[in-house]
Structure formats: structure tokens, C-alpha cells
Design a protein around this ligand. Structure first.
Ligand code: ZN
Length: 256
């Protein structure tokens, strides 16, 4: 029996003024855009988020003119999620499940390239993603994620494989239905925080984005993840942490 395995896939980079994503910071930030592959001992595969859309090979403006005012992309055809999967010997059409942290463009752009997966998303996030005002402001683009996949809308915590190995943990605030993913590896539990926590410093100082669904709610979610780290020894893998990303083993061997 093979072990539960977590493989980080690098699906490009975005750069922006730090204050675009965290209120009050100076300078610029480079944000890795991860998709996380989970290989279950049964052989089933899961992706947590799908990275950037192929169109962004030609720049952010090629798909999101409003977002292009603030974000620049560094993204090539070898960074699209299907290429990253093939690189670690996984056929994109064989991936069983996609769990979305949330439906912002840097988390669901590669969904069309993973055609046969069941999508697992919080119901409130799926509903937000279809809100006309939010679509108008490019907060969400249904063409990125609403593509005819089987969609399982969940409410609250969810045991993905029914054996306690991989759990969706609601961490709302950044968006209405944001969630994190707990993966109980043999080496210890890890939590993929998604954008509840962009990077380490943000959690130490409890910093917030200048935007978001509900700041108080996000602070509670951040506190919840901090407690899981400090009281249960969960290792947190952050949503867009350049320093942590550089230290991760991103070979197909991954984390076990
Ligand atoms: Zn993000």
C-alpha cells in the first residue's frame, strides 16, 4: 500500500505591489501560484486549486483586463496545470477530484485542463462565483470554473475520501466560502491554507487584504489555523509564500 502523498505543482507567478494584497505593506511581492496534487493510497488523485488559465501565457490582460491593472504574470506553457501533472506522470484526464479553496482567478484558471474531475466547493463560494456584480468587477469569472464538471457543493467540514485522511476545513472571510485542506500525511498533518493566509508574516501579525468578504470572519479563520498549528502540530503550507515555496520538495516524490 502506497502512502498518502502531497506534491506541490508550480503553476506560474504573479507579481504586484504588496499593498494590493495586504493592507499597509510597502514594496512589491512575487507570489507563487500553486496547485497541490494529493495522491491517495487507493490510487485516487485530487487537486487543491488549478492555477492560472492558459490565456495568461500572453499576460494577465489577455483574460482579465481589470486585474491586469494590478497584477503581472510570469507564466509559460510549461506552467499550466496539465503540463505540471504530466511532469509528475499524472494524466490530467485521470484526476478524480478538484477541491477549490475559492474561485478567484489564480486558483481555478486551469480547471478546463482537468476535464473529468468532480469539483468539491463550499456552496456559498459557488453561489458567490455566480453573483453578477462580482463577475462585473472580475472578482469571479464563471468561464474559469463552471464548465460542466460534476460539482459537489458542500457546507462545512467534509471528509473527501471517507477515511479521515483528507478534510475540507471551512476558513471563510477572504471570500464567502473559502476553505483550507487538511492532509494527514504519515509524517504529520499539514494544512493547505489557501488565501486564508498568504504567507507566514501575515499570520504572525494578523494582517488582512484591503478587500475581502468579511475581515472579522477572516481573522477568526486565521486564528483557527494558528491554533491547529500551535495546539495540534499541524504544519501550515501557505497560499502564496515565496520563501516557504522555495524550501518545498517539489519533486514527484513530494511530501509523505
Ligand atoms: Zn490567491
Amino acid at each position: 500500500m502506497t502512502q498518502l502523498r502531497l506534491v506541490p505543482l508550480e503553476c506560474g507567478w504573479l507579481s504586484t505591489a504588496a499593498s494590493t494584497v495586504v493592507a499597509g505593506l510597502n514594496g512589491n511581492v512575487d507570489l507563487p501560484i500553486p496547485s497541490w496534487l494529493v495522491v491517495h493510497p487507493s490510487g485516487q488523485t485530487l487537486l487543491f486549486d488549478t492555477g492560472l488559465h492558459t490565456d495568461l501565457v500572453d499576460g494577465v490582460a489577455a483574460r482579465y483586463p481589470l486585474m491586469a491593472r494590478q497584477f503581472e504574470s510570469r507564466f509559460s506553457t510549461s506552467d499550466v496545470v496539465s503540463a505540471r501533472l504530466e511532469n509528475v506522470d499524472v494524466d490530467p484526464s485521470s484526476v478524480d477530484k478538484i477541491v477549490f479553496s475559492h474561485l478567484h482567478f489564480d486558483h481555478c484558471g486551469g480547471t478546463a485542463l482537468v476535464p473529468n474531475a468532480q469539483i468539491i466547493v463550499q456552496r456559498s463560494e459557488w453561489q458567490s462565483g455566480h453573483h453578477s456584480k462580482l463577475i462585473e468587477y472580475e472578482v469571479y469569472k464563471p468561464d474559469d470554473f463552471d464548465l460542466g464538471h460534476d460539482v459537489l457543493q458542500i457546507e462545512g467540514q467534509h471528509d473527501v475520501f471517507g477515511d479521515g485522511s483528507v478534510l475540507c476545513l471551512p476558513t471563510p472571510g477572504h471570500t464567502a466560502g473559502h476553505q483550507s485542506l487538511r492532509v494527514n500525511l504519515a509524517s504529520g498533518p499539514v494544512i493547505l491554507t489557501g488565501d486564508c493566509v498568504y504567507w507566514k508574516e501575515v499570520l504572525e501579525k494578523m494582517l488582512l487584504p484591503p478587500f475581502g468578504f468579511d475581515h472579522e470572519m477572516q481573522l477568526r479563520s486565521m486564528g483557527y489555523l494558528k491554533a491547529l498549528r500551535d495546539e495540534q502540530g499541524c504544519k501550515l503550507l501557505f497560499g502564496h509564500d515565496e520563501a516557504q515555496w522555495a524550501d518545498l520538495d517539489r519533486s514527484s516524490k513530494g511530501l509523505t
